[in-house]
Each structure stands twice: as C-alpha cells, then as structure tokens.
Design a binder for this molecule. Structure first.
Ligand code: ITT
Length: 194
C-alpha cells in the first residue's frame, strides 16, 4: 500500500482520516516517523499553517506528506476564533475551556451562524496542492453529546438537529469540513496514482 505522512499531533484527526483512507493509503503519524519536535504554527491563515506543517516533514524527512489546519468561524464574532481556534481560551487551554468561552461570548446573541473550514496542504513528489472543505451550521446554546472533540458538542451542522458530538464520527466524516477536504484529497490521489 502507498504510504503518506499526516503531520498532526491530534489523535482524533488521525483516527478520522485513517478511517476515511482505510484500505487505500497507509497513513503514518508524526510518531510513526519518529518526529517529536514541536512544529510552530505561526501563520495567520489556515493555508499558511497547513503548509508549514507539511513542509516541516517533507524538508526534514523527505517524505510525501499532508497536513490540515482547521478553524471555526463564527459570524457574530467576525470570524473568530478562526485560525486561533485551538488556543481561543489561552495558551494551554482545554477543549472545554474553549467551548465555555465561546458559549459565554455568544450569550444572548441571536445570530448563531458558524462554519468550520479546513485547508489541507499536500506535498507530493516535489509539488504542492491545497484542498478546502467547509461545513456551515450554528452554535447551539448549550453543549450536547459525548463524541468527537474540540467544538463538536456545540456545533450543529445545517440540515441536522444534532451536534457533531451527537451525530457520531461516521456521519460527521461524511459532512464535515475535514471530511469534504479529505474527499478532495483522496480523489486527487486516486487519479494521481493511475
Ligand atoms: P494539529 O496537530 O493538526 O495542528 P490541532 O488540534 O491544532 O491539531 P487544528 O489546528 O486543525 O487542530 O484545529 C484547531 C482547533 O479547531 C482544534 O484544536 C479544535 O479545537 C478545533 N477543531 C478543528 N477541527 C474540529 C472538528 O472537526 N471538530 C471540533 N473542533 C475542531
């Protein structure tokens, strides 16, 4: 099977992508290739951060690699937390801290519209490609469900009356920002291999 590195430290994301790519590509993690250094994501766009992560692996390990960067953009907060979604509530905050801060920021706010966006940067045989995915929805007034990670307990995708946490990983992968970007990546890789 073809091998490709997914430059992430987020085990939830790794698990999601492995499930989507199952049987098609063997997806190696940073741990699998012995990369334990911290990759500093200091770009101010999702594209920039995804590229930083993919380049780090390709330049040091000379391997094909993809990386994603995702963010939650809330309309009433002018697109925040966006590229800063992971550290919205502070440098070493937990997912719960971020959810609490978001619910507090939207307390009493009528406009709950939000979108998750993902950009995947792929370095393949000396070329770079970007793929995007977007999932529109709204921020619930309270958290619901146990599954998923990050803002999943408060993100309700359009067309559903459940949060990502309640919907579970299989449904989420079909409709999510990362799922859509990953489908584009997979279609590209399938045509590339042929
Ligand atoms: P990397 O190691 O890949 O950088 P990360 O946890 O920093 O992992 P991202 O930069 O892609 O992940 O995403 C930033 C934050 O956005 C992440 O920590 C979550 O809080 C949130 N997020 C991203 N995708 C999400 C999803 O599918 N569901 C819920 N929250 C998500």
């Amino acid at each position: 099977m073809n091998k490709i590195v997914f430059a992430t430290n987020n085990l939830h994301k790794l698990e999601e992508i492995r499930q989507i790519m199952d049987g098609f590509y063997e997806v190696l993690s940073l741990t699998d290739i012995g990369c334990y250094e911290e990759i500093v994501e200091d770009a101010d766009t999702l594209d920039g951060n995804a590229q930083i992560k993919a380049d780090f692996v390709t330049n040091r390990y000379h391997m094909d690699c993809f990386a994603d960067d995702s963010g939650l953009e809330v309309e009433a907060l002018n697109g925040a937390p966006g590229v800063y979604s992971a550290r919205y509530a502070g440098e070493h905050c937990t997912y719960q801290d971020n959810v609490d801060k978001l619910l507090a920021a939207l307390d009493g706010v009528q406009n709950r519209k939000a979108a998750f966006r993902t950009v995947i940067a792929l370095n393949l045989q000396g070329q770079t490609y970007h793929f995007e995915g977007r999932c529109d929805g709204m921020i619930a007034t309270e958290q619901r469900g146990e599954g998923g990670f990050g803002y999943d307990p408060v993100f309700q995708p359009d067309g559903y009356d459940k949060t990502f946490s309640e919907l579970g990983v299989e449904v989420k992968n079909k409709i999510s920002h990362r799922g859509k970007a990953t489908q584009k990546l997979i279609s590209f890789l399938q045509n590339y291999v042929k």
